[in-house]
Design a binder for this molecule. Structure first.
Ligand code: GDP
Ligand code: MG
Length: 440
């Protein structure tokens, strides 16, 4: 699926360390294919990839993130904005009585979603009522009544009436009279958009003046779902989309492009057949679901927040002059600690949580950090600046001073040497000197 493909791309990038423009181009070619395969609209894909590329190539170095992490972050942010940025909420009538018109093609999940939405509203303190405006099959009315029973919400019906707009109007009166505050209108669908269906919906719209016209589309139908949304929006005017069947083996492309193609946000997603399987749509959550990044984004944001810019600049200068001292090392560990500890950071990163990474764990807890601090504080200024002078007798003295065994001192020096080596490699890379992540 899309997730696996994108994760594969990022894994390759991670293995590279510093990235060239060619690396980015290769990665973006793969991202493009993955999106097209997931049935995302071609124009949307092109725009998306171009925009990610541009941002990736122009990005400044953030000392707290690796280049691969930064690419992941850019892709994530672009996905989020593609899907509308933030969660779009339902509009309720200021007057206190809200009408929601549900529309959509046959089989997309309208009737089921009416029940799910009623259930959701009830949980959020509303008093919803349902109305059966699908007059073409008696079974449709029966179905809505069963749905209503399931979620314990009353269903308004007029079995002999052949005018859906009249049913809707009567339902409004009844619901208001009985003290309900949201009326959800279930309507008929067709296999395809046609004049009759649109005229019927327009009549219901004119008669009830709904505060929300929600279009139900089936994610499994990919770009057809997006095309249907465009059609309904042009002919009826919609306020938002509910995308159903995102639980199955769907390719997910429709969720990505719906907003940018139709201009209307996805407000909810259906993730199963049960009545609690409806979720408000959050672009950020969807993006991390697609990227399979778990809490990765939270982590990256945390890293950005807690990494002191000034300190980063200072450290960079020192690294260039090869003056990375034990005190800087301690500082660096302090930064990691601020982010919640290296172990936690590694845990949050899928694919990074392996044994080899665990072995370089610099901070397995508060305690170890405190111990390291104590050890470094027991050193003289000269020793902190140039740990190479730390012979056996000096190490013994520090051990005694810090209350730690000599093995801990040796261990600390080893880790410091490793970190210094790593930093040296980093500073020797030409791209870093240009203070750009990638060769432009
Ligand atoms: P309508 O013709 O638009 O009213 O569609 P229905 O509400 O009758 O639903 C058609 C089918 O889709 C039913 O079998 C539903 O159980 C199923 N369905 C609806 N929403 C979802 C969903 O989010 N996930 C899955 N897996 N099935 C759904
Ligand atoms: Mg139905």
């Amino acid at each position: 699926g899309l997730s696996e493909k994108l994760q594969g791309v990022f894994k390759k990038l991670k293995g590279k360390g510093i990235l060239t423009e060619a690396d980015i181009n290769d990665a973006m070619r793969e991202v493009k294919l993955a999106l097209l395969e997931a049935d995302v609209n071609f124009k949307v894909v092109k725009q998306f990839v171009d925009s990610v590329k541009e941002k990736a190539l122009g990005q400044d170095v953030l000392a707290s993130l690796t280049p691969a992490q930064q690419v992941v972050k850019i892709v994530n942010d672009e996905l989020v904005s593609l899907m509308g940025g933030t969660n779009s909420k339902l509009t309720y009538s200021p007057r206190g009585f809200t009408v929601i018109l549900m529309a959509g093609l046959q089989g997309t999940g309208k009737t089921t979603t009416c029940g799910k939405l009623a259930n959701y509203l009830k949980k959020n303190g509303k008093k919803p009522m349902l109305a059966a405006c699908d007059i073409y099959r008696p079974a449709a009315i029966d179905q809505l009544e069963i749905v209503g029973k399931n979620v314990d919400v009353p269903v308004f019906t007029m079995r002999d009436c052949k005018e859906p707009e009249l049913i809707a109007e009567k339902a409004m009166k009844e619901a208001e009279l009985k003290g309900y505050d949201v009326l959800i209108l279930d309507t008929a669908g067709r296999l395809q958009i046609d004049e009759d269906l649109m005229n019927e919906l327009v009549r219901i719209k004119q008669r009830t003046k709904p505060h929300e016209i929600l279009l139900v589309v089936d994610a499994m139908t990919g770009q057809d779902a997006v095309n249907a949304a465009t059609g309904f929006n042009e002919k009826l005017g919609i306020d938002g989309i509910i995308m159903t069947k995102l639980d199955g083996d769907t390719r997910g492309g429709a969720a990505l492009s719906a907003k940018s193609v139709t201009g209307k946000p996805i407000k909810f997603i259906g993730v199963g057949e049960k009545f609690d399987a409806l979720e408000p749509f959050h672009p950020e959550r969807m993006a991390s679901r697609i990227l399979g990044m778990g809490d990765m984004m939270t982590l990256i944001e945390k890293a950005q927040e807690s990494y002191d810019e000034e300190k980063a600049a200072e450290l960079e200068k020192k690294m260039k002059k090869n003056e990375f001292t034990l005190e800087d090392f301690l500082d660096q560990i302090g930064q990691i600690k601020k982010m919640g500890g290296l172990a936690k950071i590694l845990d949050m990163m899928p694919g990074m949580n392996n044994k080899a990474m665990k072995d370089v764990d610099l901070d397995s807890g508060e305690k170890e950090f405190v111990q390291m601090e104590a050890i470094i504080q027991s050193m003289t200024k000269a020793e902190r600046k140039d740990p190479s002078i730390l012979n056996a007798s000096r190490r013994k003295r520090i051990a005694a001073g810090s209350g730690q065994p000599v093995s801990k001192i040796n261990n600390l020096i080893k880790k410091y040497e490793e970190a210094r080596k790593m930093m040296k490699q980093f500073t020797n890379a030409p791209k870093f000197k240009k203070n750009k992540m990638f060769r432009g």
